[in-house]
Design a protein around this ligand. Structure first.
Ligand code: NAG
Ligand code: NAG
Ligand code: NAG
Ligand code: NAG
Length: 417
């Protein structure tokens, strides 16, 4: 019903695109962990998001837009396939609900059909810039079975995993030590106890010298592995890829938003004479928070606010490129978040590092309204009337059939959408 409603909104308001022989273009923005309370047009009068607000002013604000699961990987899988993530195996009982690290063999199954695949088949040029987080390999480091280029994208630039806390410059901020702050100390102490015990056992003749060395080596491996893995998380997981090549390892976050913006603008410029779909998937405003020097301290809301405002700046740059290229009138623009703000993200100095969900209860990873309802706007000049507000429930899965209908392509008929 939601999808019909959304298509209804778009189709009942003008139908100009049918008259034009040119197929519409698509620019889809996905913000990471942005909450309902973090955006100007959703009622925040102290955060500065003029570019997101301008999409709402020129188009529609969806005030009840929901996602089917309040976490990155399943929410993104639903978005890109138009299917509940449980259908693609991206969500299930008793399973980890996201791809935890790059070496995981999990990911969006290759036989799922993404909107990029459908559009590519009808002649669109498709690009993804930014975060993917739906797997990389199945069997070995060469197969790239879950890679965006295997899921319908012609161009890819970004992080195949996600921006982890460990990707930041501050080595003390780790997803692992956030849960077990004294991990290294506990492991070191355990190692000392094991050594003392082994020495004592050897002295009283309970074990021989060779047994002592063997047990010592085994314990060392057991206790050192978590430390090595934690220290290596950044190098192993925070990589930047361009198509199939690793171009930076570990990624330098500081100017990453600038580079996402530049790559997106470049994609638009090189695609201006054909029909295209550009999916811009920001690393912001997930932790590790990072800002380029121009944006440090500009907001009224600390580090988190600076991150929101730099992301909004990027949206503005990409939209003005569309305008400069004369493509704005024929482009469907959509901006959403993969889940609500992450309430538990607090810096070591007590500063909030996660988003705000306004009046809604709960946040990311929780099935309350604050986790499931996401700030969403869209525009399509001449088709969606300015300053429209849709209060009826809509979903990020509605975008799939909407895009396919607008591109005059056909929905996959061998599966439930
Ligand atoms: C506006 O957003 C900032 C940053 O997320 C937050 O600290 C503040 O509480 C929000 N204000 C309102 C009125 O929601
Ligand atoms: C994809 O393949 C899996 C494993 O063979 C199968 O269970 C699933 O139904 C397939 N999905 C689609 C959409 O064909
Ligand atoms: C981003 O920063 C890195 C390291 O400081 C630098 O080498 C690179 O040229 C910068 N990229 C851009 C586009 O500014
Ligand atoms: C849509 O596709 C059908 C065939 O699949 C074609 O007949 C029709 O002209 C197309 N319409 C537009 C607006 O491209």
């Amino acid at each position: 019903m939601n999808q019909r409603y959304m298509i209804f909104i778009i189709f009942s308001c003008g139908l100009n695109f049918v008259q034009s022989s040119k197929k519409p273009n698509f620019v889809l923005f996905m913000v990471d962990d942005l909450g309902m309370g973090d955006v100007g047009c959703f009622g925040n009068d102290t955060i500065h998001t003029p570019n997101i607000d301008s999409i709402a002013r020129q188009g529609v604000k969806f005030s009840h837009h929901v996602i089917p699961a309040p976490l990155c990987s399943p929410s993104r899988a639903a978005f890109i396939t138009g299917r509940h993530p449980v259908r693609s195996g991206m969500l299930g009982y008793g399973r980890l609900r996201m791809v935890p690290f790059l070496a995981a063999t999990a990911g969006l199954p290759p036989n799922e059909t993404t909107f990029a695949e459908v559009l590519k088949d009808v002649g669109y040029k498709t690009g993804l810039v930014g975060k993917w987080h739906m797997g990389l390999h199945c069997e070995n480091r060469q197969d790239f079975c879950h890679h965006p280029l295997k899921q319908g994208f012609d161009f890819y630039y970004g992080l195949p995993l996600t921006n982890l806390r460990d990707c930041g410059e501050d080595a003390t901020r780790s997803v692992i030590t956030a849960r077990i702050p004294q991990m290294t100390e506990i492991l070191a102490l355990s190692m000392v106890i094991v050594v003392v015990t082994l020495v004592a056992f050897t002295k009283i003749g309970l074990i021989q010298r060779r047994g002592f060395i063997f047990l010592l080596a085994v314990s060392f491996i057991i206790f050192a592995t978590p430390v090595v893995l934690q220290k290596g998380l950044r190098r192993i997981n925070c990589i930047l890829m361009k198509n199939y090549d690793v171009v930076e390892q570990p990624v330098i976050l500081e100017n990453m938003t600038l580079r996402i913006t530049q790559q997106s603008m470049q994609f638009l410029k090189s695609s201006q004479n054909e029909a295209f779909l550009l999916y811009v998937s920001f690393l912001k405003v997930h932790t590790a928070l990072f800002s380029s020097s121009k944006f440090k301290g500009i907001s009224k809301h600390g580090n988190y606010g600076d991150n929101v405002e730099e992301m909004d700046w990027s949206v503005g740059k990409i939209l003005s490129t569309l305008e400069e290229l004369g493509l704005k009138e024929n482009t469907f623009v959509y901006l959403t978040s993969d889940n609500g703000g992450h309430l538990e993200e607090i810096a070591s100095d007590g500063q909030r590092e996660g988003g705000h969900n306004g009046i809604y209860r709960g946040g990311k990873a929780q099935v309350w309204e604050g986790g499931l309802r996401v700030p969403t706007v869209a525009m399509y000049p001449g088709v969606i009337p300015p300053s429209t507000e849709v209060m009826q429930p809509t979903s990020n899965m509605d975008i799939f059939p909407t895009i396919i209908k607008l591109a005059n392509a056909s929905l996959p008929s061998d599966r439930v959408i």
